[in-house]
Structures are given as structure tokens and as C-alpha cells.
Ligand binder design. Structure first.
Ligand SMILES: NC(=O)c1ccc[n+]([C@@H]2O[C@H](COP(=O)([O-])OP(=O)(O)OC[C@H]3O[C@@H](n4cnc5c(N)ncnc54)[C@H](OP(=O)(O)O)[C@@H]3O)[C@@H](O)[C@H]2O)c1
Length: 424
């Protein structure tokens, strides 16, 4: 059982996979098949539509099971903490990604795509995902499971230029090579970079570890080649710049630009720190997307939580001071790493759990009721769960709707509609 409604978690995972397909090293079908096999296993019970911390507490789960693993990811986002962050026209990448991926909570986002320039703050893979969605030809997007709502909005988009802003330099960029290559190879889009951001970088190349070296070389190639000025769209990085304020028009009501402070670096390599120089630069733009990272949230007051690191404090997956409670994934390590990283991390936690069982640190001497206890409890509280077979009905409906549109699926955006189909 996950931290939030399992039903929604699974839909979200699928969405991300469609976007990430072919880049994670794991095929989309493999991930689905493994999940399905596990969910259908006779010793696994799937309870969807359950909100842990509200419908059932962690303490109740611990009473029902010998061990509980928290694996609920990171559904919050880091805030930029700058004036104007809440103005219309400014979105978190989390919400923007949720919007085009069909998460019910983000279906009303309706981003205004009427301005020519969009600025994305942060230079991780999520920032690159968002840039690709904003600039990809519609025909490419139509083949994915991006929602019809977002497709319609993107069809009317005026965004032609996307700038991806980072507080540090090219040698500290957070994205990875596959994602960068996809951005650089976007059809009908030329690179828009500043050669001044790359001063001294060529000399540093020889000392870089191979992955960082390849990444840097690819960026330098894009800077050198620039691109055909006649190409309508452009995308590029701006380095050594931190956001300080969202600018608004005369009415003060919506974002019309972003004020950046220029930085210099103190130190070198991954640990280099961005220090403001006092120089300011304003960039005109009507769409600002903050992509500076996700963060986990606490879901139950009885579970230890480190608000600074936004993780559940743990020792190799064993939750601090709480025997029988474990964690894995982003809630254990923080929001970094690709799907394979998170998968391996879950294997590590499982290994630790088994070690504890074998070493007698996990008390399995008393029989526990497991799923039966939780099913009874939820029933007495009037919480109707979604079984895996019921979730499969939602899945089939989405695939059916997608087929008629020539795409892998059309996501259901309304929870009540999902539940109606599940329980039909
Ligand atoms: N295709 C894929 O496999 C894929 C797709 C999406 C996401 N992911 C993975 O998911 C994880 C999360 O991705 P992400 O892009 O959200 O995070 P991320 O990789 O951690 O990148 C966050 C970016 O935000 C910047 N940043 C953080 N705090 C900032 C601040 N206060 N002011 C200005 N800039 C700030 C960081 O700069 P600094 O470096 O200076 O801190 C960095 O450029 C990553 O491991 C990513 O690889 C993978």
C-alpha cells in the first residue's frame, strides 16, 4: 500500500514512463509487466483509493503487519522563495508535469501559453522534459499519452523560445546526456546559448569524469553550431544566474518577466557554490516554470521526518527509532536518480528487511492478520477500496479511449469517474 491513493500513484507512474520511455534503460512494457505480476501475486493485496495517514494510520498498519515499507516518493516541490512566485504565469514543474500527464489534481492548471518566451528555472531532467513538451512538434506529442486537454492547449501555444536557467555553470548542470541529446535534437529548434557562459570550459574538459565530459562536449557542440536563424523555435541554457524576483506588468497581476542575479562560482567541480555578483539581468517572459526539485512530505505524525532534508531519517532503509518500519526510494534518499536507481534502492531496502528478519531484529514470532485486518478496518470506516482487478478496468477504459484517438491511452482526469468505472 502506498502513501497516497495507490490508484493515482500507478497512473502517475505510467504517465512518467510514457514520457521517459526508451530513456530509462528499462522498457515501459517491462515495468508494467513486473508491476502487474507483483500486484496479481497470491501473496500480495492491492488496496487502491486509500489515503495513508487519513483512512488508516501507520500505527494501524504496523499492528497488522510485521514490517511496513514507506515508498511514497516526493509529491511536494521545493519553493524558490522569491517575491512573485505565486503570480499567475508562474508554475511549479511538478504541477506542469502533472497537468500534461493527466493527474486529476492538476487538470485545471490551464497554463497561459500566449507569450513567446518561457523561462524554466533549474537545469535537471525535469526541466528538460518540460522544455521538450513546450517545443516538440504536435505530431510527435500526439503519439504519446499526453492528455487531449494539454494537446489542445499546446496546439494554440505561442511559445517559441525556452530558456533553461541554472545558478551554477556548465560543469555543474544537473541533467544527463540522453535527455540533453533529445533536447538538442528537437526538430525545428535551434540552440540559443551564450558563448560567454562557456569561457574556460574547453580547458577543463580533460580532467572531467567521462559522463560529465560527454555532457559538456555535447553542450559545447550546440554552442558552436548554434543553428539556423531561420528556424522558428529555439531552446538554450543560461548559466550563472539565480532568480530573485518575478516581474509583473503595470497592473501587477501576472508575470511578465523574471529578474535574475548573476553569479560567480566559489570552489570547483560538483561542490562549487554560486555567489551573487550584484549584477542584475531581467528576462521578459510570460511563462515561468520553477523546476528546482521535488520534496517528500510527512504523511503521518508518528513517523520520524527530517524537514530540512525532506526525507524519513533512516539507516539503509531502516526508519530511525521505529522497529519494523522501513523506507525506500525518494522518501529514503531524496528526489534524485532515474527509475533504475529507485528500483535498485528498493532491492537494498528489501535486503535489509530480510537480514533483520534472519538476525531476529524483526519480531515475526507473533502471527499478524495482515491484509484481513486492514480490509476490516477500512470497511468499518466506510472506505471503499479499489482492488487490482478493479484498477484494471480503469486501465482498460483508458486504453480504449486512447485507441480511438490513435494513442496508447487517454487518461481519465476525474477521480469520481475512475471510481465509477472501477466499481461498475
Ligand atoms: N529522463 C529521466 O530519466 C528523468 C526525467 C525526469 C527526472 N529524472 C530524475 O529525477 C530527479 C529529479 O529531477 P529534477 O530535475 O527535479 O531535479 P535535479 O536533477 O535535482 O535538478 C534540480 C535543479 O534545480 C536547481 N536548483 C535547486 N535549488 C535551486 C535554487 N534554490 N535556486 C536555483 N536553482 C536551484 C539545481 O541546481 P544545483 O545543481 O545548483 O543545485 C538543479 O539544476 C533527478 O535525479 C532526475 O535525473 C529523470
Amino acid at each position: 500500500m502506498s502513501g497516497c491513493r495507490c490508484l493515482l500513484d500507478w497512473c502517475g507512474l505510467e504517465s512518467r514512463l510514457i514520457t521517459l520511455r526508451s530513456r530509462s534503460g528499462l522498457s515501459f512494457e517491462n515495468v508494467i509487466n513486473t508491476f502487474t505480476q507483483t500486484a496479481k501475486h497470491e501473496r500480495c493485496s492491492f488496496h487502491g483509493n486509500v489515503n495513508v495517514g487519513e483512512d488508516v494510520t501507520i500505527e494501524e498498519l504496523r499492528q497488522a503487519y510485521h514490517a511496513v515499507v514507506l515508498s511514497y516518493g516526493a509529491e511536494g516541490n521545493r519553493s524558490m522563495e522569491i517575491p512573485g512566485e505565486d503570480f499567475p504565469g508562474v508554475f511549479s514543474a511538478k504541477d506542469f508535469v502533472g497537468w500534461y500527464n493527466g493527474l486529476p489534481t492538476n487538470k485545471e492548471l490551464c497554463p497561459d501559453l500566449s507569450s513567446e518566451t518561457a523561462v524554466i528555472l533549474g537545469q535537471g531532467n525535469v526541466a528538460l522534459d518540460v522544455a521538450r513538451i513546450l517545443l516538440s512538434p504536435l505530431d510527435m506529442l500526439k503519439e504519446t499519452d499526453i492528455t487531449q486537454n494539454s494537446l489542445a492547449a499546446l496546439a494554440g501555444s505561442n511559445v517559441r523560445r525556452v530558456l533553461i536557467v541554472g545558478r551554477r555553470g556548465p560543469l555543474q548542470i544537473a541533467c544527463t546526456i540522453k535527455e540533453l541529446r533529445e533536447m538538442v535534437n528537437l526538430p525545428n529548434t535551434r540552440a540559443d546559448m551564450l558563448t560567454s557562459d562557456f569561457e574556460g570550459i574547453a580547458e577543463a574538459l580533460k580532467d572531467l569524469p567521462r559522463p560529465r565530459k560527454r555532457l559538456t562536449e555535447l553542450m559545447m557542440k550546440a554552442v558552436k553550431e548554434g543553428g539556423d536563424d531561420k528556424v522558428e523555435k529555439c531552446c538554450g541554457f543560461r548559466f550563472f544566474r539565480s532568480p530573485v524576483e518575478v516581474l509583473t506588468g503595470a497592473d501587477g497581476k501576472r508575470a511578465t518577466g523574471i529578474r535574475l542575479t548573476l553569479n560567480k562560482l566559489e570552489g570547483s567541480g560538483d561542490g562549487a557554490r554560486a555567489v551573487p555578483t550584484g549584477q542584475i539581468e531581467d528576462v521578459e517572459c510570460g511563462l515561468i516554470i520553477s523546476s528546482i526539485g521535488y520534496k517528500s512530505i510527512p504523511i503521518d505524525p508518528t513517523v520520524p521526518f527530517d524537514p530540512r532534508k525532506a526525507i524519513v531519517p533512516n539507516d539503509m532503509g531502516r526508519v530511525q527509532d521505529t522497529a519494523g518500519l522501513y523506507c525506500s526510494g525518494w522518501v529514503k534518499r531524496g528526489p534524485t536518480g532515474v527509475i533504475a536507481t529507485t528500483m535498485n534502492d528498493s532491492f537494498d531496502t528489501a535486503r535489509v528487511l530480510i537480514q533483520d528478519m534472519e538476525a531476529g531484529k524483526l519480531d515475526v514470532s507473533v502471527n499478524k492478520l495482515g491484509a484481513q485486518a486492514i480490509t476490516d478496518l477500512l470497511q468499518t470506516r466506510g472506505v471503499r477500496t479499489v482492488l487490482f482487478s478493479e484498477w484494471e478496468k480503469i486501465n482498460a477504459e483508458e486504453e480504449k479511449r486512447g485507441k480511438s484517438l490513435g494513442k496508447p491511452r487517454e487518461k481519465l482526469l476525474d477521480i469520481d469517474e475512475m471510481l465509477k468505472i472501477a466499481w461498475s
